[in-house]
Design a protein around this ligand. Structure first.
Ligand code: PEP
Length: 248
């Protein structure tokens, strides 16, 4: 089953309009020949300027969160309509930093994911275990819970991208080994098969995220169940283009 590779950057709370524009201008020629799908998920306030900067290139702009209500009294939040108005195509949902610092739960991940899909945004739903959970042999149990609740009620799972991001590997420089990432992502696909049917599960793109960089991307991308990457730190520099060109 051929799944188109998808490399997405997560700028988190980094960059300004000026530095972001400069990086995208440098990336554009470097990613010209890439075969994979490419996105940069940028801070909300930078979206209009980055959409403009990326115009005419393969780089699509994504957001880092979306609220589940259409509009209303949700100070500080951003709706799917607002994102779409500026040409946003993707939205990261349930990143571990949102779960850790901003009270995101599997239930809110589910509501946001359903809202994104209703509005034709592609959700990149993040799941992953902490170091304590991995060492306690709880990885599969945690992932099963995150997937069962976070993806509850989704009609077409093939429109969702999953990012497997072991929390212990995010921003730590401690990447999962190729084997660990493959084994866990294969488990995620098996679980998706149970929830949505094997045929559908085989069409879902699953990214690996967690200190993926220009040096380790080739090995990770060579794994049969890994369809892309969600890249934090390395998406803030032109290394991102090296990852996008992992197959060259
Ligand atoms: C992330 O923020 O999703 C991430 C994977 O970060 P890093 O690549 O810096 O580990």
């Amino acid at each position: 089953m051929a799944r188109k590779a998808f490399i997405a950057g997560n700028w988190k709370m980094n960059m300004t309009a000026e530095s972001g524009k400069q990086l995208i201008t440098e990336l554009k020629p470097l990613v010209k020949g890439a075969k994979c799908e490419i996105a940069l998920c940028v801070p909300a306030i930078l979206i209009p300027a980055m959409v403009k900067a990326a115009k005419g290139s393969k780089i699509k702009i994504g957001a880092q969160n979306v609220h589940f209500a259409k509009s209303g009294a949700y100070t500080g939040e951003i709706s799917a309509d607002m994102l779409k108005e500026y040409g946003v195509k993707y939205v990261i949902i349930g990143h571990s930093e949102r779960r850790q610092y901003f009270g995101e739960t599997d239930e809110t991940v589910n509501k946001r994911t359903l809202a994104a899909l209703e509005n034709e945004l592609t959700p990149i739903v993040c799941v992953g275990e902490t170091l304590e959970e991995r060492e306690g042999n709880k990885t599969e149990k945690v992932l099963a819970r995150q997937l069962e609740t976070g993806l509850n009620g989704i009609e077409d799972i093939t429109k969702v991208v999953i990012a497997y991001e072991p929390v212990w590997a995010i921003g730590t420089g401690k990447t999962a080994t190729d084997g660990q990432a493959q084994e866990t992502i294969a488990y995620i696909r098996k679980k998706l098969g149970k929830l949505f049917g094997v045929r559908n599960a085989n069409k879902v793109r699953i990214q690996y995220g967690g200190s993926m960089n220009a040096n380790n991307c080739k090995g990770l991308m060579a794994q049969p169940d890994i369809d892309g990457g969600l890249i934090g730190g390395a998406s803030l520099k032109t290394d991102f283009a090296t990852i996008v060109n992992y197959d060259k």
